[in-house]
Design a protein around this ligand. Structure first.
Ligand code: CTP
Ligand code: MG
Length: 241
């Protein structure tokens, strides 16, 4: 079996509103994107396609991939204007594989165990996406912000990444949503839900596997970075200049 990860770093982080895009912000002494790259390097994934913004490919090649010796990064490709279009660019860059893992570059605290769980499910069911049970009560509201209904919390899950699929299945699903111009797609599971009848299997993620989205997430990430000590491990790989 061949495993390929698409790591997404082509967003502009509008909700973070920082000078540097959030995926390149400094966390524990390293650019944030180094954390997920480091974990995927340690995993059973064979190759990584890194998807970046238009003007960031050179920076990613020299200051991230070469500097920290992320040998599994085989390609750096330019993303699109929406997350799902960036994923599509990543999929187009894959020559052949069996399993595709799609991961947000803005989730620094993914673990090898979470990666493995999504892979096992994808091998068994065709799909395996990381998620955690909702802690808060979720409401559906109308446009005037009046509550319409309350889904049973026991059935509500917060989606994370990696979202992992058999290669032909995810290609087929993406081709369909692109062809049909379906919009407002916020994760890869949705692409399968919209495009195919295949059910999507949830696997255990982690409450630490946060997506750094707003400034307060960076404060939480700094605390997590301190306790995971990944930064110390990355240091060993850093090329001396
Ligand atoms: N992403 C991407 N291409 C896009 C949009 C997002 O590769 N056109 C990536 C981001 O870099 C991030 C992940 O998808 O790693 C999750 O997206 P999100 O948290 O929404 O990041 P941004 O789109 O950058 O942030 P915002 O929505 O606040 O602008
Ligand atoms: Mg976004």
């Amino acid at each position: 079996m061949k495993y390929t990860a698409i790591i997404l770093a082509a967003g502009k982080g509008s909700r973070m509103d920082s000078d540097v895009y959030k995926q390149y912000m400094e966390l524990g002494g390293y650019p944030l994107i180094c954390y997920p790259l480091f974990v995927f390097e340690q995993s059973r994934v064979d190759e990584i396609v890194l998807v970046t913004g238009e003007d960031e490919t050179e920076y990613c090649q020299t200051q991230i991939v070469d500097k920290y010796q992320f040998h599994k990064v085989r390609k750096i490709v330019r993303g699109g204007s929406e997350r799902y279009l960036s994923v599509y660019q990543g999929l187009c860059a894959i020559e052949d594989t069996d399993i595709v893992l799609i991961h947000d570059g803005a989730r620094p605290f993914v673990t090898v165990d979470i990666i493995d769980r999504t892979i096992c499910a994808a091998e068994q069911y065709g799909t395996g996406v990381a998620a955690v049970p909702a802690k808060d009560t979720v409401k559906i509201a109308d446009e005037q912000h009046f509550v319409v209904c309350t889904p049973d919390r026991g059935t509500v899950w917060m989606m994370q990444t990696p979202q992992t699929f058999r290669y032909p299945l995810i290609c087929q699903a993406y081709e369909r949503v692109i062809r049909q111009h379906i919009r407002d797609i916020t994760d890869d599971a949705m692409v399968v839900e919209c495009g195919l009848s295949q059910p999507v299997k949830l696997v255990e993620g982690s409450y630490r596997n946060i997506k750094v989205t707003t400034p307060e997430d960076m404060e939480i990430a700094s605390v997590f970075a301190e306790s995971t000590k990944i930064d110390k491990k990355i240091k060993k790989f850093e090329k001396e200049y």
